[in-house]
Ligand binder design. Structure first.
Ligand SMILES: [Zn+2]
Length: 428
């Protein structure tokens, strides 16, 4: 009889093919948590502060090897043109939806930071520089793809991975520094960023505000202070700067999702500004009307249209100067916003369903007012379905208390892997 000749090994094979690919994927993830944690500890222990180019490249080489093993075509994009380490790009052409996965290799902790090492706190907690922002997310990408591969599902997938080397402090010009990322996004149907987002697995990010820096420069007419406000002298540069800032607040502070913050101000007879270091010095006497004032700040908006409106208002306010003063405001190229779209909401709905199905609970969108700018924003104009903040969860990123909830490593990996599996089986 047939039954008599089936060996134990063959029975196991029959069982495995009988069970669903999704079960195989989640079982693989559960069986490889220790490997994931070991990889996380290894990469966290390599300093990859944005300016430590050798460290960024070293972390990149480790992830590159992982993608090579999975059959990706990998390359290192040299970053010397924008004075950073560069980016890792891994490509896996295939059928079906084109999916872009986004990570970054750098952290805010440079080699002179006292915070350098992975430290296990207890069974489910560890601290470390970049552990959630975002080496944990990078590990989740690797483990999700390994699980898809184990289920035989990776081979047909159409995937590109970009791990940037300067997310925390991008090189300039930004258009150069993000050229490879934007190129990888062109023609993609889906983009998923594995940042830690709000750090809470109940939330993911479908919208991020953009950030643009601005600088206001005001000049006034110098005179003896006793003559201030005279028709031919005016109020001086400092009063004019104060008028402009107050008008910004009065005209614009009520608008939803819009914020703007003057972060530093200098004024007097002469000012010396070091914009790179965000510092400077001023000279002025109490009995002299101020001749110069410089203010720099940021501006955050949820859509390109909101940014345009805000810039127009700020320019108009600056132009409507008091007598014998002159003001100009300039804006830098900044981070674009990731506006909330129907496509992003659909992707979140898929991710939410995957999360429920693997027993990790529902996921909703976090308020964009709580989500800072990130690399995913640069692909907003190219990709219709974007989700971010699905990396390793925890708290206190960018501080020496950066802590991971290690129990979210398998759960976040399962959600991601099942989402990718289901996306890949959908028609384009
Ligand atoms: Zn990050």
């Amino acid at each position: 009889m047939l039954r008599d000749v089936i060996t134990a090994g063959a029975l196991l094979t029959v069982f495995q093919t009988a069970r669903s690919p999704e079960r195989t994927i989640t079982a693989h993830i559960d069986a490889h948590v220790a490997e994931g944690l070991a990889l996380l500890e290894r990469v966290v222990n390599i300093n990859s502060g944005t300016q430590n180019h050798a460290g960024v490249r070293q972390v990149g080489a480790i992830f590159r090897a992982a993608f090579d093993r999975l059959g990706f075509k990998t390359s290192w994009i040299d970053g010397s043109e924008w004075r950073r380490a560069g980016h890792l790009v891994a490509e896996h052409p295939g059928r079906g939806m084109r999916i872009l996965l986004i990570g970054h290799l750098d952290t805010v902790f440079e080699p002179d930071s006292p915070f350098q090492k992975f430290e296990r706190i207890d069974e489910k907690t560890a601290k470390g520089p970049g552990i959630i922002d975002m080496k944990g997310g990078d590990v989740i990408i690797v483990q999700a793809l390994e699980a898809l591969d184990a289920a035989g599902r990776l081979k047909d997938m159409n995937l590109t991975i970009v791990m940037t080397g300067d997310e925390e402090d991008p090189g300039r010009p930004l258009s150069k520094a993000r050229e490879a990322l934007v190129a990888a996004a062109r023609g993609a149907d889906v983009a998923i960023g594995f940042e830690d987002g709000p750090g809470d697995p109940r939330y993911a990010v479908t919208a991020r505000r953009g950030t643009t820096g601005w600088e206001l420069r005001v000049t006034g007419t110098a005179a003896q202070s006793s003559q201030i406000f005279r028709d031919d002298i005016g109020p001086g540069a400092i009063f004019e700067a104060a008028r402009i800032l107050n008008a910004f607040r009065e005209k614009m502070s009520g608008e939803e999702h819009l914020t703007f913050n003057p972060g530093v101000i200098l004024g007097g007879t002469s000012v010396d500004v070091n914009a790179v270091q965000a510092r400077g010095s001023a000279f002025g006497k109490t009995n002299v009307v101020a001749e110069q004032a410089v203010v720099s700040g940021d501006l955050r908006t949820l859509s390109p249209a909101q940014l345009e409106r805000a810039m127009t208002t700020m320019r108009q306010i600056a132009a409507a100067g008091m007598p014998h003063t002159q003001a100009t405001i300039t804006f830098d190229e900044g981070y674009p916003p990731l506006a909330p779209t129907d496509g992003n909401a659909r992707l979140l709905a898929l991710y939410d369903q995957a999360s429920r199905d693997v027993g990790a609970g529902p996921v909703t969108a976090v308020s964009p007012d709580k989500a800072g700018a990130a690399d995913v924003s640069f692909v907003a104009a190219e990709v219709k379905m974007i989700l971010d903040g699905v990396g390793l969860m925890g708290h206190d990123d960018h501080t020496p208390g950066e802590t991971a909830d290690l129990s979210t490593l398998p759960s976040q990996t399962k959600r991601a892997a099942i989402t990718l599996y289901r996306l890949a089986t959908q028609p384009r």
